[in-house]
Design a protein around this ligand. Structure first.
Ligand SMILES: [Zn+2]
Length: 108
């Protein structure tokens, strides 16, 4: 059975969140460790970050990357990095934000 994009996003959000929890359980000091994300360029917590080849991505970008892979928007990390340079990633971000907004709306 094929999952809907909404289900995929939800699943990836859980997976990404779990990565942060696992990292902090393994190494609580990580909460205070920061690095410059190769994808968004922001200073982010090491917890939940993942190394893809030559790049280290923050947890937010891992979510984007994994969701993008799962939705077939990207095939590899390089196409994700290339997408950062145009508006494609913004589109994907918007997609996830819309989904989060929709869920918040349902919760209320
Ligand atoms: Zn990032």
């Amino acid at each position: 059975m094929k999952k809907t994009p909404e289900e995929i996003i939800e699943e990836m959000q859980q997976v990404a969140h779990q990565m942060v929890i696992d990292d902090l359980e393994e190494n609580p000091d990580m909460a205070d460790e920061y690095f410059d994300c190769d994808c968004c360029g922001k200073s982010k917590s090491l917890a939940g970050s993942i190394r893809y080849g030559d790049y280290r991505l923050c947890n937010d970008c891992v979510l984007l990357a994994e969701t993008g892979f799962a939705l077939g928007k990207f095939t590899d990390i390089q196409s994700l990095m290339d997408a950062m340079e145009d508006s494609r990633l913004e589109e994907l971000c918007q997609f996830i934000k819309d989904e989060e907004a929709r869920k918040k709306h349902l919760d209320n």
